[in-house]
Design a protein around this ligand. Sequence first.
Ligand code: SF4
Length: 94
Amino acid sequence: MSGETGMKEKLGRNVFKEAREPHIRIRAGMENSPVLKKAVAICPAELYRENADGSVGLSLDGCLECGSCLIACDGDALEWAYPEGGAGVQYRFG
Ligand code: SF4
Protein backbone atom coordinates (compact mmCIF):
# COMPACT_ATOMS: atom_id res chain seq x y z
CA MET A 1 0.00 0.00 0.00
CA SER A 2 1.47 3.37 -0.98
CA GLY A 3 1.60 6.20 1.54
CA GLU A 4 -0.81 8.35 -0.51
CA THR A 5 -3.39 5.60 -0.86
CA GLY A 6 -3.13 4.86 2.82
CA MET A 7 -3.74 8.51 3.72
CA LYS A 8 -6.77 8.79 1.43
CA GLU A 9 -8.24 5.64 2.93
CA LYS A 10 -7.71 6.99 6.43
CA LEU A 11 -9.28 10.35 5.55
CA GLY A 12 -12.21 8.51 3.98
CA ARG A 13 -13.08 7.07 7.40
CA ASN A 14 -13.82 10.51 8.81
CA VAL A 15 -17.40 11.68 9.19
CA PHE A 16 -18.47 15.25 8.44
CA LYS A 17 -21.57 17.00 9.69
CA GLU A 18 -22.48 20.10 7.73
CA ALA A 19 -22.68 23.35 9.67
CA ARG A 20 -25.40 25.93 9.05
CA GLU A 21 -22.83 28.63 8.39
CA PRO A 22 -19.43 28.29 6.71
CA HIS A 23 -16.69 28.31 9.34
CA ILE A 24 -14.05 29.65 6.97
CA ARG A 25 -14.60 32.53 4.59
CA ILE A 26 -12.34 34.38 2.20
CA ARG A 27 -12.56 38.01 3.25
CA ALA A 28 -14.49 40.15 0.80
CA GLY A 29 -12.18 41.63 -1.82
CA MET A 30 -9.31 39.26 -0.96
CA GLU A 31 -10.13 36.60 -3.57
CA ASN A 32 -7.18 37.70 -5.71
CA SER A 33 -4.72 38.06 -2.83
CA PRO A 34 -1.41 36.29 -3.46
CA VAL A 35 -1.42 34.94 0.11
CA LEU A 36 -4.36 32.70 -0.80
CA LYS A 37 -2.12 30.82 -3.23
CA LYS A 38 -0.38 29.44 -0.15
CA ALA A 39 -3.68 27.96 1.02
CA VAL A 40 -4.16 26.34 -2.38
CA ALA A 41 -0.76 24.74 -2.00
CA ILE A 42 -0.95 23.52 1.59
CA CYS A 43 -4.58 22.53 2.32
CA PRO A 44 -4.33 18.76 2.93
CA ALA A 45 -7.96 18.28 1.86
CA GLU A 46 -7.40 20.30 -1.35
CA LEU A 47 -10.37 22.57 -0.66
CA TYR A 48 -8.94 25.73 -2.20
CA ARG A 49 -8.81 26.11 -5.97
CA GLU A 50 -7.27 28.70 -8.21
CA ASN A 51 -9.75 29.83 -10.85
CA ALA A 52 -8.89 30.66 -14.44
CA ASP A 53 -8.98 34.39 -13.64
CA GLY A 54 -6.42 33.96 -10.84
CA SER A 55 -8.91 34.33 -8.00
CA VAL A 56 -9.10 31.68 -5.31
CA GLY A 57 -12.26 29.82 -4.30
CA LEU A 58 -13.00 27.60 -1.32
CA SER A 59 -15.36 24.67 -0.75
CA LEU A 60 -15.55 23.46 2.83
CA ASP A 61 -16.75 19.91 2.16
CA GLY A 62 -14.25 17.69 3.94
CA CYS A 63 -12.49 20.40 5.95
CA LEU A 64 -10.19 18.80 8.53
CA GLU A 65 -10.18 21.92 10.75
CA CYS A 66 -6.40 21.73 10.86
CA GLY A 67 -5.86 25.49 10.68
CA SER A 68 -3.08 25.23 8.10
CA CYS A 69 -4.73 27.72 5.76
CA LEU A 70 -5.07 30.29 8.54
CA ILE A 71 -1.39 29.95 9.44
CA ALA A 72 -0.30 30.10 5.81
CA CYS A 73 -2.35 33.23 5.12
CA ASP A 74 -1.50 34.98 8.42
CA GLY A 75 -5.21 35.66 8.90
CA ASP A 76 -5.08 38.48 6.35
CA ALA A 77 -7.32 36.89 3.77
CA LEU A 78 -9.49 34.55 5.84
CA GLU A 79 -12.15 34.64 8.50
CA TRP A 80 -11.61 31.38 10.36
CA ALA A 81 -13.49 29.73 13.22
CA TYR A 82 -14.29 26.21 14.29
CA PRO A 83 -17.74 25.01 13.17
CA GLU A 84 -20.65 25.39 15.54
CA GLY A 85 -20.97 22.70 18.22
CA GLY A 86 -21.74 19.25 16.83
CA ALA A 87 -20.82 20.18 13.26
CA GLY A 88 -17.63 19.60 11.33
CA VAL A 89 -15.25 16.69 11.20
CA GLN A 90 -15.40 13.64 13.43
CA TYR A 91 -12.13 11.77 13.13
CA ARG A 92 -12.24 8.01 12.82
CA PHE A 93 -9.01 6.24 13.59
CA GLY A 94 -8.23 2.58 13.21
S1 SF4 B 1 -8.58 24.15 8.01
FE1 SF4 B 1 -7.17 22.66 6.98
S2 SF4 B 1 -8.51 21.30 5.80
FE2 SF4 B 1 -9.77 23.08 6.37
S3 SF4 B 1 -9.61 24.46 4.62
FE3 SF4 B 1 -7.96 25.06 6.07
S4 SF4 B 1 -6.14 23.89 5.44
FE4 SF4 B 1 -7.93 22.95 4.42
